[in-house]
Unconditional design. Structure first.
Lengths: 538, 41
């Protein structure tokens, strides 16, 4: 009840305003106090929209778009990129949508002729509104390799690849691909980049991490003596993989998987340190604290570094454990785990641990989902609230979930299911919506979500973009172009078992000096296209 | 390099497929098979 007056209603009982309703007649004093206290209803200021890039070659629009990555510019506008499927060869595209949902540009992006197939991943916009992205290509060169570029806010090129536009491989003449979730990733202030890929090296497909100078795209290892590194399996034929990676303005984190016969099989490594890799990062290996290291390993994972300097040298990430391990009170197979490497408190401390479990009753899928898989995470500007975007393992349909979690109080502040389906193709058909980014705006007011979708098993040529308030408002069933979006409360549960520990910081990380530069994959060109956006409604 | 590494596959791990050098594969520990890495091409 507000303090100024008590005449919420002149007829009937007194009323108390909430953020969703203020029935009755109110004095200006009551209105002012309620707005001050954040208890007065306010209009929904977010939006949902369907974006059709309509990337057209030879009169034919691309039938599908994949691997969408995005970031926000300093006006909180959405800058996104992805892969456009074409019959000639897949290529890239860019789209820009303002914070109010207006499409301002769409560009077809080529590396040479349209026959040059390539991928592009992991877009970053820095605080000067410059854009960083990259990927791999295969056509027109003897061995696939990685390309990278920095563009200004008008998509004009600032740099492309290393000196003389040379592209990167894990070693000379070694087939090399871009990591599909991490590619080229830049720090928010644009002072550092790390190019992440994997290639056929030492009889396996092994990942590697190359520091890149943000001002000119040159390798810091090649030209300034910084360190590229890789984590090898004890048998290099087993290869290695990257599962989470991020940069903030000072530091970097990599989490991945290797096989090591000394520790019973697959294990997960962590690398963390300065984001320009002037020195090799610190390292450790993770296992269940109450059990063996034997074949405990994470699958789908994501990370977002902290934003405040007070949290330097703390490295959070979300994972789904693939191994069939019940350790202590937790069956890791069925949960999504949150944890951090608290290096500031000691190399072997894994804390902040929480386990999240799907509630089958939230999903219309049959059979019911049993697992939660992380898609993306994001911190508010004070590192107080963690926003988590994850999906269940239901196929018909597969559903996303968005929640606000406060680690300091171990509280889920709110949670929502985000069920995106093609209208008329509901439960019982394969529906999925995928993403690997979640970005909060500069005012800590809205979260942006961008999904590419598969509907009835067919990849779609439409992209779903959402700007949602950080208080979980906007619930209901939305019609968004061709899609129906159900945004409603969900019932994920959690526990707080402290079951993970770092067990060694010795060995297994290499100073990777063999990174090679050669061959130009083709001159980039960018062509304006006439995409379209349809705003959704409830 | 910090440790001794070998390139022989560990005992019990399935052999790499014949086209291993032509397309990327990752070992799936759950099924002990080599699974092509989807390249989105």
């Amino acid at each position: 009840m507000v303090g100024y007056g008590e005449n919420g209603s002149v007829v009937g009982p007194q009323n108390t305003p909430t953020t969703s309703a203020a029935n009755g007649i109110w004095t200006l004093g009551e209105l002012t106090e309620s707005m001050r206290d954040g208890t007065w209803p306010k209009p929904f200021a977010g939006w949902m929209a369907e974006y059709n890039p309509n990337i057209t070659r030879s009169g034919t629009p691309a039938p599908a778009y994949y691997g969408i990555s995005f970031d926000l510019d300093t006006n909180n506008g959405v800058v996104l990129c992805g892969i456009a499927q074409h019959s000639s060869a897949n290529g890239g595209f860019f789209g820009k949508i303002t914070s109010s949902g207006t499409l301002t540009s769409t560009h077809d992006y080529l590396l040479g002729p349209t026959s040059n197939a390539f991928t592009m991943w992991s877009l970053t916009v820095d605080t000067s509104n410059n854009i960083y992205t990259g990927g791999d290509w295969s056509v027109g060169a003897p061995y696939p390799g990685l390309w990278r570029t920095k563009l200004d806010s008008s998509l004009s090129e600032i740099w492309f690849n290393d000196v003389s536009d040379e592209a990167m491989r894990i070693a000379a003449n070694a087939t090399t691909y871009s990591n599909s979730n991490y590619g080229l990733r830049a720090s928010p202030n644009g002072n550092a980049c790390i190019d992440t890929g994997y290639g056929l090296f030492q009889s396996g497909y092994n990942q590697f991490y190359e520091p890149v100078r943000a001002s000119d795209g040159y390798s810091l290892r090649r030209w300034s003596g910084h360190k590229a590194f890789q984590n090898a399996s004890s048998s290099t034929s087993m290869g290695s993989s990257t599962q989470a990676m991020d940069l903030n303005n000072t530091n970097m984190l990599v989490m991945g998987r290797v096989y090591n016969s000394s520790y019973g099989g697959y294990i997960n490594f962590l690398n963390a340190g300065g984001n320009t890799l002037s020195n090799q990062p610190n390292k450790c290996y993770v296992k269940p604290s109450n059990g063996s290291s034997s074949s405990f390993y994470f699958g789908q994972s994501t990370s977002k570094m902290y934003k405040t300097a007070a949290n330097n040298n703390r490295y959070p990430w979300l994972s789904h454990a693939e191994s069939a391990a019940t350790v202590g009170a937790v069956n890791f197979t069925n949960c999504m785990t949150l944890q951090q490497w608290n290096y500031a408190a000691g190399w072997n401390l894994i804390d902040l641990q929480a386990q999240f479990f799907v509630n089958a009753a939230d999903s219309p899928a049959s059979p019911a989902p049993t697992q939660l898989l992380p898609q993306a995470m994001e911190w508010d500007s004070t590192d107080t609230t963690l926003y988590i975007l994850c999906k269940d393992n239901g196929n018909k349909p597969q559903q996303n979930y968005l929640m606000a979690y406060t680690p300091g109080t171990q509280t889920i502040e709110w949670q929502r299911k985000v069920y995106i389906s093609k209208t008329g193709q509901g439960s019982g058909t394969f529906q999925s919506a995928d993403t690997h980014d979640l970005v909060i705006d500069s005012n800590d007011e809205f979260l942006t979500l961008v999904f590419n979708t598969t509907n009835s098993g067919v990849s779609s040529n439409k992209i779903v973009v959402m700007k949602l308030p950080v208080d979980g408002d906007g619930t209901g069933t939305w019609t968004v172009g061709d899609y129906t979006v159900v945004y409603e409360a969900s019932n994920i549960t959690k526990t707080h078992e402290t079951n993970l520990t770092a067990f060694t910081n010795a060995g297994m990380m290499n100073d990777h000096t063999q990174v090679n530069y050669a061959n130009d994959p083709g001159t980039p060109t960018s062509t304006s296209m006439s995409g379209s956006v349809i705003e959704g409604s409830k | 390099m910090d440790e001794e590494f070998v390139d022989d596959l560990p005992e019990g791990i399935a052999a790499q497929p014949d086209d291993f050098e032509l397309r990327p594969y990752q070992h799936d520990p759950l099924t002990n098979t080599w699974v092509p890495i989807d390249l989105w091409r």
